[in-house]
Design a protein around this ligand. Structure first.
Ligand code: 5GP
Length: 180
């Protein structure tokens, strides 16, 4: 069943400004260093692509795929590595780029795992954050925008694997589309 997009929460122009601001902060903080950006698939792929183009220090990119949600909108609390990194991160300045932090469980587990691989530094960058939903002690080092406790889609984020291509961050209506 498809759902209806209720409203635009953050439009593409504001998202672009957000990317420029976060990339500026990262470029300033990592002046003179090279960064390894680790994108968390699949949701972070659009934010990562926008972000890296505004970063002015040297960047390498790798991806990791973890699953924490099924076809539901609630966290299962279980994190599984579906695709591991190709790169050895030992001695690298790693920034994990995520689409959204909700309970924080996914990133906390991922952060702990990556920390065991000996990076020179490890920081978290998220496009969106729902701090009101946090159940663990995890704060992003870089955050594009805090959002309210609503299930959002678009700009890489999905519902049942759809809606990732919407250029704006949108809120889904609770009811389902009656045509489907
Ligand atoms: P956490 O482990 O922080 O509870 O969940 C993080 C992951 O859950 C995100 O990477 C994302 O895949 C998914 N998630 C959390 N909130 C939302 C949301 O509002 N919309 C979508 N599409 N995914 C979400």
């Amino acid at each position: 069943m498809a759902k209806v997009v209720e409203s635009v929460l953050i439009g593409r122009k504001d998202i672009d400004l957000m990317c420029r601001r976060v990339a500026g902060d990262i470029s300033r903080d990592y002046a003179g260093k090279e960064i390894l950006i680790v994108g968390v698939l699949k949701g972070a792929f659009i934010f990562l692509a926008d972000l890296v183009r505004y970063i002015t220090v040297p960047v390498k990119v790798d991806f990791i795929a973890v699953s924490s949600y099924g076809n539901d909108t609630k966290s299962s609390g279980v994190v599984r590595i579906n695709k591991d990194l190709d790169e050895d991160i030992t001695g690298c300045h790693v920034i994990v780029v995520e689409d959204i932090i909700d309970t924080g469980l996914t990133l906390l587990k991922l952060k702990n795992l990556l920390q065991t691989r000996g990076p020179a530094s490890l920081k978290i960058c998220t496009a969106f954050d729902k701090p009101s939903r946090r159940t663990v002690n995890l704060e992003p080092d870089y955050c594009g925008q805090v959002v309210p406790d609503r299930f959002v889609v678009g700009y890489g984020l999905d519902f049942n694997r759809s809606y990732r291509n919407l250029p704006d961050l949108c809120v889904l209506a609770d009811e389902e589309d009656s045509d489907e």
